[in-house]
Design a protein around this ligand. Structure first.
Ligand SMILES: Nc1nc2c(ncn2[C@@H]2O[C@H](COP(=O)(O)OP(=O)(O)OP(=O)(O)O)[C@@H](O)[C@H]2O)c(=O)[nH]1
Ligand SMILES: [Mg+2]
Length: 388
C-alpha cells in the first residue's frame, strides 16, 4: 500500500436500484475502514488478499450484515460489489467516509484517473454504448488509440512530414460519422405504400411483435420506433405510416410525419410488395419515392426491400442492383442478407486504423488542425492537436 495515497471512495454504478452496486475505494483510510467492516470468507484482511482475485464475504455495520464481493486491484484500489439497493452502497460509503475517505462522484473519479481528456471522454461514452461492436471501438479509445494517433500526427508535423500528417488527419475525420454513432443510434426509416409489410419487417428485424400488423392498408397511422442492433450497430428503426394520398385527416397527418422521418433518416428502406411487383424493383421504388417525397432517391441513402418474397417464384427474385434485397418478413428468408447490406450502407468503410474520434470537441479540433495544415500553418495545426 502506498502510504501517500489519500483515502477516496465513490459509487461507480448509477444511483437507484440495480442488480448490484459497486463502490470503489483506495488509500490507507479505505483499507482501515474495510478491515473494520468486511469479514472475508477466507478470513484474511484486505491487505492479505491476492490482487485481482474475487473475495466473497460480509459487510457488517451495526445490525446490518450483507453479502459482498471484494476485489483488490494490483494498484491497491478496491472494488466492493454489494446488493443493488440504495441502502447497502450507502452504508459502505458512510463507513468509508467516517474513516476519512473523501467521497467523489463517478465523474470526478473519472477525471482524476483517466490518462487524458480523450480517455475520460471514452470512459463516459462507454456508458452509452449499446452494442458490443461500438463498445469495442470505444474501449480502444479508452486504451489510448486516438491519443496515440494524435501524438503521431504531432510528431510528423514537428518533423515536417506534412503529407503523411495530413492524410492521417483525413483518415480520422473520415471515421467521424461512425464515431458519432458509437453513442447514438443510426436512424433507419422503413417506408413504402400501405400494406406492403413495413410493420411486419420491423417486427422481423427487432425479433418480436413491436408493431401492429393487419391486412388492411393504413394500419400504421403514425411513426413508431424501435431500437435494435443491426450488424452490431445500434439502430433506431422508424416504422412510417404507409405513404399514399388520402382524404382521412388522421392518416394524412401520419403521412406528413412519415415524410419528415424519411428526410431525417440516415438510411431509408423503401419496401415494395413482391406479390404486386411489375417490372424492375429499383425503378418501381424510385418512382414511388419521387411521388412520395417530390425528390429523386439518393442511392447511398435508400435501400429497396422487396417483401413477401415467399409469394414469388425463385427465378423472379433477381435484380442487377446492389440496392435491392428480396426478403420475406413472414418466413425471414433474405433477412441476413438485408441486415448485412444495411450494415454496409450505414458504415461504408470501416476505419483501417483503431483510432476513431467520437465527440464533437475532438472532431472540431481535428478539423481545425486539418484546415490549418492545408494552408501551411503547422504551428496552428499542432496547437489544435495539443488541445486534444
Ligand atoms: N406472404 C407474406 N405476407 C406478408 C409478409 N409481410 C407482411 N405480410 C402481410 O401483409 C399484410 C400487411 O402487413 P403490414 O406489416 O401490416 O403492412 P404495412 O406496410 O405496415 O401496412 P400499413 O401500416 O397499413 O401501411 C399483413 O396481412 C401481413 O401478414 C410476407 O413477407 N409474406
Ligand atoms: Mg404498418
Amino acid at each position: 500500500m502506498s502510504a501517500a495515497r489519500a483515502g477516496r471512495a465513490s459509487l461507480l454504478t448509477p444511483v437507484g436500484r440495480g442488480a448490484v452496486a459497486v463502490v470503489a475505494a483506495e488509500g490507507d483510510e479505505a483499507f482501515l475502514a474495510i478491515d473494520a467492516s468486511f469479514v472475508a470468507a477466507n478470513g484474511r484482511t484486505i491487505q492479505g488478499q491476492r490482487a485481482d482475485r474475487i473475495v466473497f464475504g460480509h459487510w457488517i455495520s451495526g445490525v446490518h450484515r450483507e453479502e459482498v464481493i471484494v476485489l483488490r486491484g494490483a494498484d491497491d484500489s478496491v472494488e466492493i460489489h454489494c446488493h443493488g439497493g440504495v441502502a447497502a452502497a450507502e452504508r459502505i460509503l458512510t463507513a468509508l467516509a467516517e474513516a476519512g475517505c473523501a467521497v467523489e462522484s463517478w465523474g470526478e473519479r473519472l477525471d482524476r484517473t483517466a490518462g487524458s481528456t480523450i480517455e475520460a471522454e471514452a470512459a463516459a461514452a462507454l456508458a452509452h454504448a449499446t452494442t458490443r461492436r461500438t463498445a469495442a471501438i470505444l474501449l480502444n479509445q479508452r486504451g489510448g488509440a486516438l491519443r496515440r494517433e494524435v501524438d503521431r500526427i504531432r510528431d510528423e508535423i514537428a518533423e515536417n512530414r506534412l503529407e503523411s500528417a495530413s492524410s492521417k488527419l483525413d483518415a480520422l475525420l473520415a471515421s467521424a460519422p461512425l464515431g458519432f454513432h458509437l453513442t447514438a443510434p443510426w436512424q433507419v426509416a422503413i417506408a413504402g405504400r400501405p400494406n406492403v409489410g413495413k410493420s411486419s419487417l420491423i417486427n422481423a428485424l427487432v425479433g418480436y411483435q413491436r408493431a401492429i400488423v393487419f391486412d388492411q392498408p393504413g394500419t400504421t397511422r403514425d411513426v413508431l420506433t424501435a431500437e435494435t442492433a443491426i450488424d452490431g450497430w445500434p439502430v433506431r428503426l422508424a416504422d412510417a405510416a404507409g405513404i399514399r394520398e388520402t382524404d382521412d385527416a388522421l392518416e394524412a397527418e401520419g403521412v406528413v410525419r412519415a415524410r419528415r422521418q424519411l428526410a431525417q433518416a440516415d438510411l431509408a428502406l423503401w419496401v415494395l410488395d413482391g406479390s404486386e411487383l411489375v417490372g424492375d424493383p429499383l425503378q418501381a421504388a424510385q418512382r414511388e419515392w419521387l411521388n412520395a417525397t417530390g425528390e429523386a432517391a439518393d442511392s447511398s441513402r435508400v435501400l429497396v426491400v422487396v417483401n413477401k418474397a415467399d409469394l414469388l417464384a425463385p427465378d423472379s427474385r433477381r435484380t442487377a442492383s446492389d440496392n435491392v434485397r428480396f426478403v420475406s418478413a413472414l418466413t425471414r428468408e433474405g433477412l441476413p442478407e438485408l441486415i448485412s447490406r444495411v450494415g454496409q450502407m450505414l458504415v461504408p468503410t470501416l476505419p483501417t486504423d483503431e483510432a476513431v474520434p467520437f465527440t464533437r470537441r475532438q472532431i472540431e479540433l481535428l478539423a481545425a488542425a486539418a484546415g490549418s495544415l492545408a494552408v501551411g500553418k503547422h504551428v496552428d495545426a499542432s496547437e489544435a492537436l495539443a488541445q486534444l
